[in-house]
Design a protein around this ligand. Structure first.
Ligand code: BDP
Length: 333
């Protein structure tokens, strides 16, 4: 389908060239279909917010610009999404900040376990100067090939598994827990006493079915929408990570847009950030309810402090180079 569209565009260009129009005037009018992708399904807050952004783009451009959404990992897991955005095979990827740490090391500060005091703290950081600085770091990165558009909420990540509730660190012993692809997360799980296994989100259900892993960790909406309760019914509120999401735009594709179109995309992505937040808050509450109905067994951990103390080596390893940034985050009240 994409190929057909491309051929149509080329044919329009040729006809215009033959009829004496300059190609730039033709391509200024050419329709722009922005391919967007997300690991989550239709109806998930991040997907809905990007779709709403598409409607606004269409309205603001008289139908010239639109977003075509590919939800539910149709274009692969996050690693594949990032790679495709880098080469311009797709334009918008909605990804977690998680896998961005190895690319822009400052992002690993957001990935440090227990770095944010609560959701309000995290929101202040991403909405403020630090959030903007980090998005710019990504945009200005010499080889990343991505433009950082905006952030989105993703709640708190908790451990779930098929064997037992996690109340204390000892309960994690011997459990193989899937983590996102970034060594920081494997180190985090190992320091908590479990066995961290790096794996794509797209491999997780298979991993749980075959017993390659005993469980994973994620926010309630991901656990609910992926029906992970079917394979790992013990959901324990470890709250070890609070990682914002991010919308990235292919730099290659972005540079091909006119300045006005670039400004429009940037403006509407900021609106999408706000809209997603409202959708997120509603969805979190809904998912918690659905999890219980689906038979998930939910528990709080005993002493949170023991979890926070256990991850100190992770802070030393990944935080040492970013002391000033960490202090700046901690100073935000
Ligand atoms: C979800 C994020 C998604 C990640 C996924 C994961 O929304 O971007 O791919 O976690 O664990 O919460 O990989």
């Amino acid at each position: 389908m994409q190929r057909r569209k491309f051929l149509k565009l080329t044919a329009a260009g040729t006809t215009a060239a033959l009829s004496g129009l300059t190609s730039s005037s033709v391509f200024a009018q050419a329709k722009i279909v922005i391919k967007a992708t997300d690991v989550h399904p239709t109806g998930y807050p991040t997907v809905a917010a990007v779709e709403a952004m598409g409607k606004k783009l269409e309205a603001a451009s008289n139908g010239r610009i639109s977003i075509q959404m590919f939800p539910s990992m149709q274009l692969g897991g996050e690693k594949e999404m990032i790679e495709q955005a880098q080469v311009g095979a797709l334009q918008i990827a909605r990804i977690s900040v998680g896998p961005m740490g190895p690319l822009v090391p400052e992002f690993n500060v957001f990935n440090l376990p227990f770095v944010f005091r609560d959701v309000g703290h995290m929101e202040k950081v991403i909405d403020g100067e630090i959030g903007t600085d980090l998005l710019n770091k990504l945009t200005n990165h010499p080889t990343a090939g991505l433009i950082g558009l905006c952030y989105m909420n993703a709640g708190v990540r908790n451990v779930y598994n098929s064997k037992r509730p996690i109340k204390d660190l000892a309960d994690l012993k011997g459990l193989k827990i899937r983590m996102m692809g970034n060594p920081l997360f494997v180190d985090t799980m190992n320091s908590l006493g479990g066995n961290g296994v790096a794996m794509g989100f797209d491999q997780l259900i298979n991993g749980m079915q075959t017993g390659v892993v005993d469980g994973a960790e994620n926010n309630e909406p991901s656990y609910d929408s992926g029906q992970h309760y079917r394979y790992a019914k013990f959901y324990s509120n470890t709250g070890h990570l609070m990682i914002p999401e991010i919308l990235v735009y292919s730099k290659k594709s972005f540079e091909a847009l006119s300045k006005d179109d670039q400004a429009l995309v940037l403006k509407l992505s900021k609106e999408a950030q706000k809209e997603q937040r409202a959708l997120w808050n509603a969805r979190e509450a809904e998912s918690r309810k659905k999890m219980v109905e689906a038979g998930a067994v939910i528990n709080d951990v005993g002493d949170k402090k023991t979890f926070q103390d256990a991850v100190k080596p992770v802070w030393e390893k990944y935080g040492a180079a970013h002391k000033a940034l960490i202090e700046k985050i901690q100073a935000i009240k």
